[in-house]
Design a protein around this ligand. Structure first.
Ligand code: PHE
Length: 354
């Protein structure tokens, strides 16, 4: 008994149908009608039930083989179509970058230069190096200990609210973070100096800091600070005030001076905010300085004994001062930039001015 259909004709018909298909949509339809529930193959299989057992086995095998061959030829055609479609897409999407504008090679080409914030950082470093400081750096990812604990800010200390912190999803919750200030570099330097017995320290530490601040005219969530630390014998608040004033006139020019106002930082005692003459009105009073004639630049103070204790520095022999202020803020003041967001908008007309 022969199968209820002619397998040879069936295979031939399905091959022709597959070869005619040109798109993946068409080959999908051919596949459905060749092997789906309503296909001739499926109908023939359903008729198997009415055959004698011996016949059923033989015919069943033939049908099974036919199905395999049909599936193979469908698969082959599917691959051919897929490759052709991909090839077509690549050609369609490719961009011709070979355009040549005659004469363009001879036109003067504009050279880029360092970003204003980088230039400012370098000038600040130069000023401090001229005063006898070394330049040091520390990591931007810190542990809670370096950013807070060692700086006399234990967990749940109210001062933590001054620093809206980005925590990393690493280790126990709230143990690893993006540093909120450059002060943790003080801790690294003091630890190293204690280990190597290389005190005193006279260093500035510039770098990037992060806080969960909404950007506005004076704040960016990613900003730059420069930290200063002096640890030596017999250092007093007068050394701090003199250093700040020397820096201010060296960086901003002789018309700009500094003043210190009492403030609080957990890692310095006493602490101060330092302000410099408003660079817009030169101290007359204007909108930018809220009519005070002064603009706040940063914080400073004498290193708190608790901080010396955390790193193991003997306060009988050593004392020190620290300061920290915004590099972006300095650049903003020195170049009268109304909105600090201009620094990160990458408008070449703005950046090209410096
Ligand atoms: N780290 C402080 C801040 O970012 C500034 C500061 C540095 C204050 C050093 C005192 C001493 O707010």
């Amino acid at each position: 008994m022969s199968p209820p259909i002619d397998v040879g004709t069936l295979l031939e018909d399905e091959r022709t149908a597959a070869d005619r298909a040109e798109t993946s949509e068409e080959i999908k339809q051919v596949a459905a009608s060749a092997t789906g529930k309503k296909s001739r193959l499926a109908q023939a299989s359903r008729q198997l039930a009415s055959l004698e057992p011996d016949e059923r086995r033989a015919v069943g095998q033939q049908l099974h083989q036919a199905r395999r061959q049909i599936e193979e030829l469908l698969e082959r055609r599917r691959n051919e179509i897929g490759a052709a479609e991909l090839e077509h897409e690549l050609v369609e999407d490719s961009a011709d970058l070979s355009e040549f504008i005659p004469g363009s090679l001879r036109a003067p080409r504009a050279l880029g230069h360092l970003h204003l914030v980088t230039l400012t950082r370098r000038v600040l470093e130069d000023v401090f190096v001229g005063m006898g400081f070394e330049v040091a750096e520390g990591p931007e990812i810190e542990t809670d200990w370096y950013n807070f604990g060692a700086l006399n800010i234990p967990p749940a200390h109210p001062a933590r609210t001054m620093y809206d912190t980005f925590y990393l999803d690493l280790g126990d919750p709230e143990t690893t973070l993006l540093r909120t200030h450059t002060s943790p570099v003080q801790i690294h330097l003091m630890e190293e100096a204690v280990l190597d017995g290389s005190l005193p320290i006279h260093a500035v530490m510039p770098g990037r800091c992060y806080r969960r601040d909404a950007p506005d005219a004076r704040h960016l969530p990613v900003f730059h600070q420069i930290e200063g630390l002096v640890v030596d014998a017999g250092i007093t608040f007068a050394d701090l005030a003199g250093t700040i004033e020397t820096f201010t006139t060296a960086y901003f020019g002789p018309a700009i001076h500094s003043r210190l106002r009492p403030a609080y930082f957990p890692f310095t005692e006493p602490s101060a905010e330092f302000e410099v003459t408003c660079t817009i009105c030169l101290g007359e009073g204007c909108r930018t300085c809220s009519q005070t004639g002064w603009i706040e630049l940063g914080g400073c103070g004498m290193v708190d004994p608790a901080v010396f204790g955390a790193v193991g520095i003997d306060t009988d022999h050593w004392s020190g001062f620290a300061f920290g202020f915004g590099i972006d803020r300095c650049a903003q003041m020195r170049h009268n930039v109304a909105d600090v967001r201009s620094f990160v908008e990458n408008d070449i007309r703005f950046l090209g001015q410096f």
